[in-house]
Design a protein around this ligand. Structure first.
Ligand SMILES: [Ca+2]
Ligand SMILES: [Ca+2]
Length: 285
């Protein structure tokens, strides 16, 4: 019988690095209310309130716009701060999704690792830069929609292929640890919702707890959400106490299994949106 060698795996301990890097590092985070990917800890997903209105919503998309160099030039996604507090985009991610292929088809589109603030009731707009429209400027965008958005303030460029004009597609907005905040879809069940230069709008429906398409023939108004398209505001209380974190990394690991860092973060006052883990090693590069 081959006996697997056990290694000590204290967080921040020295000497682990070369072993760890032999395999991809996997970081797991968990909280009493939100759990992250890959490996779950058996705890109930407890909600503070019975009805939770999302603080951040996808309110408008334009999957099909006029072309430049053969591609849609002005595709955009509008996101609205439906809360009473300033939100930091650093705590959220946006995924493009293929509903016919399930949740596993999520493709990460927005993962911002810097502080970008959205004020209460304000919006930000993501403009798709697909290669063929890369030469267009913010001035072009504003001229096209008669808007006055500012680059990297409330207008951000996304570099990817853009939103398909045909075929079922969706966008999933989540916190950093992938707890879903909002989900919208179009072209479902063989129905074509897109048409050139007409945007699709969504309004969060409190009774079904889902964002519902309200029109697929809107004149685009990136950066503006009409009062009639706003749901009940989410009232967020700023936590008074820091979240409690606990290192629950296994004490030993085998080199075959690799080491998984596990950190448990919890708060009685809010859900956990982001967990960051840092470690040190003794390797001098
Ligand atoms: Ca498109
Ligand atoms: Ca709008």
């Amino acid at each position: 019988m081959i006996r697997k060698k056990l290694y000590k795996s204290k967080l921040l301990s020295l000497g682990l690095t070369t072993l760890m890097l032999a395999k991809p590092m996997e970081v797991m985070a968990a909280s009493t209310k939100t759990l992250l990917a890959t490996e779950y800890i058996a705890e109930e997903n407890v909600k503070i309130n019975e009805i939770q209105i999302p603080e951040l919503l996808i309110t408008e998309i334009l999957p099909d716009s006029k072309n430049v160099n053969g591609s849609d030039a002005y595709e955009f996604i509008e996101v609205y701060n439906n809360s009473n507090v300033e939100l930091n985009l650093n705590d959220y991610k946006l995924y493009y999704n293929y509903p016919d292929n399930g949740d596993a088809s999520d493709t990460l589109w927005v993962d911002i690792n810097k502080d970008i603030k959205i004020q209460p009731k304000a919006t930000i707009v993501f403009w798709i830069k697909n290669g063929n429209n890369n030469q267009l400027t913010v001035e072009d965008f504003n001229n096209n929609f008669k808007t006055n958005l500012e680059l990297n303030v409330n207008l951000f460029e996304l570099s990817n292929g853009g939103m398909a004009n045909s075929g079922a597609r969706a966008l999933r907005l989540t916190t950093s640890i992938k707890e879903q905040v909002d989900f919208i879809s179009y072209n479902m069940n063989g129905v074509k919702d897109t048409s050139a230069d007409k945007s699709i709008k969504y309004r969060y429906d409190e009774s079904s707890s889902k964002s519902i398409m309200t029109t697929n023939k809107s004149d685009p108004d990136p950066g503006t959400v009409k009062d009639s398209d706003k749901p009940v505001q989410a009232n967020i209380t700023i936590p008074q106490n820091e979240a409690v974190t606990e290192d629950i990394t296994a004490g030993n690991f085998t080199i075959e299994e690799g080491l998984i860092f596990k950190v448990k973060a919890s708060s009685n006052e809010t859900n956990i949106k982001t967990v960051k883990l840092s470690y040190k090693n003794n390797k001098i590069i």
